[in-house]
Design a protein around this ligand. Structure first.
Ligand SMILES: C[S@@+](CC[C@H](N)C(=O)[O-])C[C@H]1O[C@@H](n2cnc3c(N)ncnc32)[C@H](O)[C@@H]1O
Length: 339
């Protein structure tokens, strides 16, 4: 009879076990998404062999993937047939309003980069060239831009409800990518016009996105580099969303100062991004996001919202406020009025 173990105060190792295999589940989702599995099941459940045929995959391997999807809550199994779970039906079927599959294609593109985290830590530099997905490689750029669009459509309502433009109707969206936020503002205000400044390869795709959103006549993309292109004047609101995580403090301060210079008194600055609390470790998604940006952008990282508030005040913005998107959205927004 073995000696009973003395009670120990050591913590449960289960969180470590789950973390060390978290990439298994991620890869099931990303691979199924890439293969087009969820679209195939949009209208009806299917058997494993039928699915293997449609996906051009090996039947035994396919059944393993399907069962893993069931276990992860992506599919539901009924006898030998597999159908979509409510989660997959809501977010993983191309063409549906809540579709997030393009955003997951972008995560998929970055999967191998995460395997090289050690290299980025040693060098302090990204392991993929940001230019690849901002115009350099056509397919990656489309995944990136449509991924931003999916995400912005999902959370844009929250941004619009947190930001009151007042009477302002000329919006400059710096690093606006697809232009989705500008288009959502334009849909809300029939007399709003917006300029979306972004790199040429991204702007080109953005033009087709805002046109498909029905506001191509009022939301215009302007190709340029926000570090060097003079901000176009004549705007009374400047949105800088999802940009600060690619920039150092000096880069962020420069963008804030140039926004201040481009705005007339009373103009509104809106800075939206994933930010951490002071200290940088919380929320954990934001801390991880900083590493994701380290891997993918020259000056990538994450900032604390309290710092952004300070930078806006230093640039002469008044009534500087910050607020958080409703959970589980990780974004926060800082606004200030040009004095
Ligand atoms: C994470 S995305 C954010 C897009 C959009 N504002 C949003 O919040 O969904 C960052 C954007 O900055 C753009 N960008 C990066 N470097 C840039 C530069 N030097 N000049 C202009 N745009 C740039 C990228 O092409 C991309 O569209």
């Amino acid at each position: 009879m073995p000696e009973p173990r003395a009670p120990t105060s050591a913590p449960d190792p289960a969180p470590l076990m789950a973390l060390s295999t978290a990439h298994w589940g991620a890869q099931v989702l990303l691979t199924a998404n890439r293969l087009g599995l969820f679209g195939l099941l949009a209208d009806a459940a299917c058997g494993a062999d039928e699915l293997a045929k449609a996906l051009s995959t090996e039947p035994r391997a396919t059944r393993l993937l399907l069962n893993a999807c069931v276990g992860l809550g992506l599919l539901a199994a009924d006898r030998d047939r597999y159908g979509l779970s409510p989660l997959a039906a809501a977010y993983l079927v191309p063409g549906r309003p809540g579709y997030l599959g393009d955003a997951f294609r972008y995560s998929d593109d970055l999967y191998t980069a995460w395997g090289r985290l050690g290299e980025a830590l040693a060098s302090g530099h990204p392991v993929v060239a940001a230019a690849d997905y901002t115009g350099g490689e056509a397919e990656r750029t489309r995944h990136f831009v449509y991924g931003m669009h999916n995400r912005a459509l999902g959370i844009g309502g929250a941004l619009l409800s947190l930001v009151d433009l007042g009477e302002r109707r000329r919006l400059l969206d710096v690093g606006g990518g697809p232009g989705t936020y500008a288009a959502l503002f334009a849909r809300r205000h029939a007399d709003l016009r917006a300029t979306v400044l972004d790199l040429p390869g991204v702007a080109e795709i953005g033009v087709e996105i805002v046109a498909a959103m029905g506001v191509g006549d009022r939301v215009h993309h302007q190709s340029g580099d926000y570090k060097t292109t003079a901000f176009p004047v004549g705007h009374d609101a400047v949105l800088i969303s999802g940009v600060f995580h690619r920039e150092t403090e000096a880069g962020c301060r420069d963008l804030i100062n140039r926004a201040a210079a481009a705005l007339a008194p009373g103009g509104l600055l809106i800075v939206s991004d994933v930010f951490t609390d002071a200290g940088g470790a919380e929320p954990v998604f934001a801390a991880l996001f900083g590493l994701n940006m380290l891997l993918t952008a020259d000056d990538g990282g994450v900032h604390a919202d309290a710092d952004v508030v300070q930078w806006c005040s230093d640039a002469g913005f008044t009534r500087v406020q910050r607020c958080s998107f409703p959970p589980p959205m990780p974004h926060r927004v800082v606004t200030g009025v040009r004095s």
